[in-house]
Design a protein around this ligand. Structure first.
Ligand code: HEC
Ligand code: HEC
Length: 297
């Protein structure tokens, strides 16, 4: 958007029918003033403001500007390292560029441990506004995400296995994923086992995935039923706990234990039966008559 748009928008929002006569004479003066000195700054500021919004909702969990590597590279100076066109295509679908064999994209993907950067649902202009925001020279980094409270961790577990509902009605995680945790009844096997996902991707990585899932199946599942911030914090807290406690929970060897208790139980029952009916007839009645006749003949 350029400065002209900003002025047009500012003007038309005051042009409601009832106010038109009164502001009429003032409006040209305001426009003139804007056009004279303020035009440039107003347009750029509006663009950077758009950019800030997108950066804060979609990028800041994984990137800083001037704050060092987080999940992805520090974006300071990225506008000098790469062309605008390259950045736009990468942000819209980094994996498409990796599979198309773009050498920079492939090298970055490998350098950053094959972590998928989620496709951002942004237009070219919106991505330009993000670049305008991140390239303004100010250092940017996320405020540290809140740690889950003990209640939130429990809530996260309930959400994961479906004993609590998501407020927007999304499907439970357990219908597609499993974690090795005694408190959770075995989950689905469609998607990755999540026991160690927290150490693999870190808090920001998991948060980013839950905020805007980069995987088509999961994206579909939550597109119109997004998780709330509180639910994300709870789930991340639960996944962190499951990860930390995995050593305690791993030997979930129900298979052997179940088989063993079956064998022992059957042996006990048979012993009980032979005790209860220890006075029972052992041979057939005919056999006794036959034996008696043989003896007497
Ligand atoms: C889940 C974490 C994550 C999110 C969210 C994310 N990125 Fe990335 N980004 C990465 C990773 C990881 C890389 C390194 C390349 C790769 O692994 O594909 C990267 C690379 C980049 C690059 C290339 C940097 C370079 O040095 O060339 C740009 C540009 C970029 N991201 C911009 C963005 C923008 C803009 C957003 C928000 C719309 C965003 N990213 C959201 C993780 C993320
Ligand atoms: C409809 C099925 C489905 C549901 C429901 C679902 N996911 Fe996923 N999820 C996937 C798929 C598919 C992937 C892609 C990776 C894979 O194939 O395992 C994935 C990937 C992930 C990853 C990254 C795994 C990795 O190893 O990089 C995390 C973390 C994750 N999901 C967490 C969750 C959480 C938490 C929930 C509940 C809010 C959830 N998912 C609900 C299907 C689902």
């Amino acid at each position: 958007m350029d400065a002209g748009d900003a002025v047009v928008r500012a003007g038309s929002s005051t042009l409601t029918p009832s106010s038109r006569p009164r502001v009429g004479p003032i409006l040209p003066a305001v426009s003139l003033a804007l056009a004279c000195g303020l035009l440039g700054p107003v347009g750029l500021a509006a663009q950077q403001d758009d950019g800030r919004q997108h950066f804060e909702t979609l990028c800041v969990v994984c990137h800083t500007v001037g704050g060092g590597t987080l999940i992805g590279p520090d974006l300071r100076g990225v506008e000098d390292r790469r062309s605008e066109d390259w950045i736009i295509r990468f942000v819209q679908s980094s994996q498409q560029m990796v599979s198309a064999g773009d050498s920079t994209a492939v090298a970055l993907f490998e350098e950053y441990g094959s972590i998928l950067m989620p496709d951002a649902p942004l237009t070219d202009a919106e991505i330009r506004s993000v670049i305008a925001y991140t390239s303004q020279g100010e250092a940017l980094a996320a405020a540290p995400a809140p740690d889950a409270t003990a209640e939130q961790v429990v809530h996260g577990q309930d959400l994961f296995q479906g004993t609590a509902r998501f407020s927007n009605g999304g499907p439970t995680c357990g219908s597609c994923h499993d974690v090795a945790n005694d408190a959770v009844i075995g989950g689905g096997v469609l998607a990755a086992e999540l026991t160690t996902v927290f150490s693999r991707l870190g808090g920001p990585g998991v948060r980013a995935i839950l905020g805007s899932p980069p995987f088509p199946v999961m994206q579909q599942a939550y597109m119109h039923r997004p998780l709330t911030d509180d639910e994300v914090v709870s789930l991340v807290g639960f996944l962190q706990k499951a990860d930390e406690e995995q050593a305690l929970h791993q030997p979930r060897a129900y298979g052997i234990a179940l088989f063993g208790s079956g064998v022992v139980g059957a042996a006990l029952l048979m012993g009980l039966f032979s005790l209860t009916w220890r006075g029972r007839k052992r041979g057939s009645v005919n056999q006794e008559i036959f034996d008696r006749q043989i003896r007497s003949s």
